[in-house]
Write a protein that binds this ligand. Structure first.
Ligand code: 13P
Ligand code: SF4
Length: 341
């Protein structure tokens, strides 16, 4: 680290320092990456400016696959906290930086490790399948981690009569139960962004754009899933939009993915699915406010001061690595959904 971290930064969870006006922020970010052998990873839900400067942009699976094989000394994860934790568990000897420690995840928050432990203890004989959107402590209680890209593949890898607990996303779990014909016990958790897409408003847009295909992330509620032309991870939806002949798409996932969709398909129309309530009614819209905490100025400061860095307690990391490695092993033949520049 270049300087002592200030108490005010620790209190805020990020480097709260203005970038001098004469600094070319983007050029300096790239220069510091070269100097420090650092790479920038970004999730599709971050702002377009962050995606554009990143070395790799991907869905949750691709980001984990990428960090497992990087030879960079520093990984800067532009996303949310659990993603930084996953990188650190996979790369304990590397410095893993995030831009703002306040970038959490309502879905990860919906499953506390102590509550999951009580649930597991109450259901002996069950294996635990956890979505990657979980804390390291929850992963440490897990048999195998999944993402939305590989959840079906991994659940299918268990014998049909294996008793499974799936958490924390009840919508993804319900979808996987449907497509695998299983009756996994579902944790009652969810994402506050995906949970609030409005079926009525999606159908109203569809009435105006009858040829549009409806792209739905499996974290959306079942009624929204039912009207989907395709259900998939962020990368799955992006790839579908690229390959499909349709020229109009209604997109029911966090609106950051539209940046990559528009870049990849400049001649197609992408319409963000609206949430139940509007901004005027005080909602957080179809944007994840945690992902939007990632800004270019914070990226500059994070690289400059090499803080905030993610640490995972060794006793937790030692257990959490096993279900992550198991996921990567089962998914190794899944084509990486990562975009690199
Ligand atoms: P994917 O990137 O796997 O589609 O996950 C979406 C998500 O909610 C990340 O927080
Ligand atoms: Fe978590 Fe939802 Fe934000 Fe994804 S969109 S990081 S699941 S709160």
């Amino acid at each position: 680290m270049n300087v002592n971290v200030k108490d005010t930064w620790i209190a805020k969870g990020y480097v709260d320092e203005p970038v001098p006006a004469d600094v070319d922020v983007k050029a300096e970010i790239r220069r510091m990456c070269a100097e420090k052998n650092a790479v920038i990873l970004a999730h599709y839900y971050t702002d377009g400016a962050i995606q554009d400067i990143a070395d790799f942009v991907g869905d949750s699976l691709a980001l984990a696959q990428w960090s497992a094989k990087t030879d960079a000394d520093v990984i800067v994860m532009c996303g949310v906290h659990f993603m930084g934790e996953t990188n650190k568990i996979l790369c304990p000897d590397k410095k893993v930086l995030v831009l703002d420690l306040n970038a959490g995840c309502s879905l990860a928050d919906s499953c506390k490790a102590e509550d999951l432990k009580d649930f597991v203890d109450a259901h002996p004989g069950y294996k635990v399948v956890s979505y990657v959107n979980t804390t390291a402590a929850v992963k440490a209680l897990t048999d195998v981690v999944v993402t939305s890209s590989n959840a079906k593949l991994i659940v299918d890898s268990f014998p049909q009569d294996e008793k499974l607990i799936f958490g924390p996303d009840k919508n993804l779990g319900g979808y996987i139960n449907t497509v695998t014909g299983r009756e996994m016990l579902l944790w009652n958790g969810g994402c506050h962004v995906h949970g609030q897409f409005s079926l009525a408003k999606i159908l109203a847009i569809k009435a105006e754009h009858p040829e549009a295909k409806i792209l739905v992330h499996p974290e959306c509620p079942a009624p929204v899933q039912k009207v989907a032309d395709v259900i998939g991870s962020t990368a799955g939806l992006l790839n579908f939009a690229i390959k499909d002949d349709a020229t109009e798409f209604i997109v029911a996932t966090e609106s950051g993915i539209l940046h990559e969709m528009k870049k990849a398909c400049p001649d197609k129309l992408f319409i963000p699915a609206p949430p139940e309530t509007t901004e005027a009614e005080g909602c957080s819209c179809n944007e994840c406010e945690f992902m939007k905490l990632n800004t270019l100025n914070k990226l500059y400061n994070t690289l400059k001061y090499e803080w905030p860095a993610i640490e995972v307690a060794p006793e937790i990391a030692e257990k959490a690595i096993k279900p992550i490695d198991k996921m990567l092993e089962i998914s190794k033949n899944l084509k990486s959904a990562m975009s690199s520049k």
